[in-house]
Write a protein that binds this ligand. Structure first.
Ligand code: ADP
Ligand code: MG
Length: 694
């Protein structure tokens, strides 16, 4: 196979009439190359293949009609209109023009044959068509009908339909020889048309085509493209996985499991069956020399941490180290406390490393990490810095990394490995992702799901209230705290500015302290020193505080079972997944919990939809599904910036039934036809990954 894609990858400027200006405008549509042009699919089609007899026109339909001009006349005072009456022997129709360009009236002289296309509407004198697209027909020409359906493309300012149609037609001719079919026969069979046929069908469908299927993407022509795109995507992730796996061997962590057994005995609860199942999956990975690359998905509160701790013990018992990394100081500190509570009674030391340690302590920690007597290290990203030398890192655990795209995951993996030895890797995420999406998004990982909450939890009741009812909400807080429970008050801002967020939280805390003087109120936000944050959190955990005012820094992982009420300000500004995460901080104990969404009226439609979804369900997977529908996969996975998730044709939900084939096909292709696999990746992913980086 010669390297395909040469012509396809040429810039749009190779086309006639495309200069810098137009090229720039096309970029707004995501169009840079000829391939981008031919993959710019119509959003709908118009039927200009059959002229409709004027006598049988219905109002409010778009139609092609053909007839002779009977009369053309300028009417009205002030702004004038041009009226043109045409007839075809079955009836007559009025064409109306409000914008009258020079020569228009002359073009529409009596007796001239014309074809026009437009929307038919009722008018003062029978049916009319305003500003139709029109063409004067020479006497010897037929009805002026097209032989294909007319595509209507998404456009942008300065690029109209006509221009796009012309450019796409040109591009199709230009790249025709280059439309090599990269889908192998054993996969495609005769299920789908060839690439060139598919593209012809999409851009210029025959009159009898199923336009509904073409528009919603279920037509075989679209499915063929979607299949190729999904496959290419899967291949690129598989390649990443393959590279990671072949980069080194992992230590075989085979041991009797005495430490894990002792922790299980000491726990005040038994693992749920979902936790047990996932733990077994992890344990089975750890006894292999192929590095584990496993993602554990589990809703907030499903108990991922203890599963991670049990996995860490397997490493320690085998004389290896386990590193636990969390994305924020706050969460890392909490893990540090939790792991110490569980592991110290077993006679194990837990080390701590964060970027904020004073130099001397840091040096001491680094020495311990490099020595044989430190089994478990907890910390932030600082753990993966170059200066950190592990004695024998056998297992890297990364908590709450749903914001990470595949490239970041890869970078982390590289940091964790030394001289051909790779640690096993366990990633934990609380963002439940619909199964179909997970299969595609995490093709470089194996996925385990903890799909069960520990028993005895009462579901959180969620209510939405306008800001005007704030006094009432404050009274609920006062009551809950008077009953010996604790509450969160979360201040959110859409801005990414920690400073503004901190400021808003400070003001809110001040007001709450004034209005509710009986409560012990604390404040945490991202601008506090970690020691301060830690002491406030410690106070809240120990119930020396009743009310915690916080920014979204408490979003992930924070665990205070006695907290049973959460107020979220401006919830309408946040995405569903984030709201669900926040709400997950309550409902962790036995007391009935509630969450108040204190919104600013009036709500936008999107805001209303999100808050409604949140009130209806506490099931993270259901919420993820809704989030997917409301925002699309890129937003949901939080990797929009990395370009991981910008499908142009495929839609993982719609095309869910292709995904099985995509997975199997990808494996076989990589094994048997690597050149073809490369070409597919280049065609669909290669280019875009570069864009993602700029
Ligand atoms: P997440 O999955 O959100 O990280 P955590 O690991 O923080 O959840 O667990 C939430 C709480 O549930 C913790 O207090 C933890 O000790 C407790 N927990 C975990 N597993 C169980 C279980 N099987 N039964 C009862 N409580 C559990
Ligand atoms: Mg957690």
């Amino acid at each position: 196979m010669s390297a395909p894609g040469q012509a396809m990858q040429q810039p749009v400027t190779v086309l006639r009439g495309v200069g810098g200006r137009l090229a720039e405008r096309l970029q707004k549509l995501g169009i840079r190359t000829l391939q981008d042009l031919v993959l710019h699919l119509p959003m709908r089609y118009e039927d200009r293949t059959r002229p409709v007899p004027i006598g049988s026109l219905q109002p409010n339909q778009a139609a092609l009609v053909q007839g002779r001009v009977a009369l053309t006349d300028l009417v009205g005072r002030g702004p004038r209109r041009l009226l043109c009456r045409i007839s075809d022997g079955t009836g007559s129709l009025t064409l109306v023009f409000f914008r009258i360009y020079p020569g228009l009236q002359a073009r529409l002289a009596s007796g001239v044959r014309i074809a026009c296309y437009g929307d038919v509407r009722p008018g003062p004198a029978g049916l009319q068509m305003a500003h139709p697209e029109l063409r004067v027909l020479p006497e010897d020409e037929g009805a002026g009908a097209e032989d294909r359906l007319t595509p209507v493309y998404p456009t942008t300012e300065g690029v109209n339909q006509t221009t796009l149609r012309r450019l796409i037609e040109q591009a199709m001719t230009f790249v025709r020889a280059d439309m090599i079919d990269l889908l192998p026969d054993w996969l495609a069979g005769d299920r789908w048309p060839a690439l060139s046929v598919a593209l012809d069908t999409l851009h210029a469908p025959p009159p009898d085509a199923d336009t509904a299927a073409l528009q919603d993407g279920t037509h075989a022509a679209c499915q063929r493209l979607a299949m190729e795109e999904l496959l290419a995507h899967q291949l690129s992730l598989r390649q990443v996985r393959h590279q990671a796996r072949s980069a080194g061997r992992a230590p075989v962590l085979r041991c009797p499991g005495r430490l894990a057994e002792r922790l299980l005995q000491a726990l005040p609860f038994a693992l749920t069956s979902a936790q047990q199942r996932v733990l077994h999956e992890i344990q089975a990975d750890l006894v292999r020399s192929e590095p584990m690359l496993r993602l554990v998905q589990g809703d907030v509160g499903s108990g991922k941490t203890v599963v991670a701790a049990l996995a860490a013990l397997q490493a320690v018992e085998c004389g290896q180290q386990a590193a636990v990394m969390a994305p924020t100081e706050l969460l890392a500190e909490q893990h540090y406390r939790g792991f110490r509570e569980w592991l110290e009674p077993l006679g194990l030391e837990v080390a701590w490393l964060s970027g904020k340690l004073p130099a001397a302590e840091r040096r001491a920690m680094l020495e311990r990490i490099a020595s044989a007597d430190c089994g478990v290290v907890v910390g932030t990203h600082a753990l993966f810095q170059e200066t950190v030398q592990f004695h024998r890192l056998g297992l890297a655990i990364i908590d709450e990394q749903h914001r990470f795209g595949v490239h970041q995951r890869l970078a982390l993996r590289e940091k964790g490995q030394t001289e051909g030895v790779q640690p096993h890797q366990l990633i934990m995420t609380a963002t439940p992702i619909p199964r179909t999406l997970a299969m595609t998004a995490y093709a470089d990982l194996d996925v385990s799901v903890i799909d069960e909450l520990p028993p005895g939890r009462t579901p959180v009741t969620t209510v939405a209230m306008p800001d005007a009812r704030r006094p009432e909400v404050m009274q609920s807080v006062a009551r809950a705290c008077a009953d010996g429970r604790q509450a969160y008050w979360v201040c959110t801002l859409i801005e990414d500015s920690e400073q503004l967020q901190a400021q808003a939280a400070e003001e809110t805390a001040m007001l709450l302290r004034e209005s509710l003087p009986a409560l012990r109120t604390g404040l945490v936000h991202g601008r506090l020193k970690s020691a301060e944050k830690e002491s406030v959190m410690a106070d809240f955990v120990a119930h020396r505080l009743d009310l915690l005012v916080a920014t979204t820094v408490i979003e992930v992982g924070v665990n205070v079972p006695n907290a049973s009420l959460m107020v979220i300000e401006n919830p309408e500004r946040l995405g569903l997944a984030q709201l669900h995460q926040l709400r997950g901080r309550v409902g962790r104990g036995a007391a009935a919990s509630s969450c108040v969404l204190l919104y600013q009226a009036p709500l936008s439609e999107g805001g209303r939809a999100r808050l409604g979804a949140l009130r209806r369900t506490t099931d993270g997977f259901e919420i993820a599904r809704q989030d997917l529908a409301l925002r699309g996969p890129g937003e949901l996975l939080g990797t929009r910036q990395t370009g991981d998730w910008q499908f142009r044709i495929a839609d993982p939900e719609r095309d869910a039934d292709l995904l099985g084939m995509v997975r199997d096909g990808a494996d076989r292709l990589l094994e048997q036809e690597p050149v073809r696999a490369e070409a597919l990746i280049r065609r669909w992913v290669g280019q875009r990954q570069q864009y993602g980086r700029v």
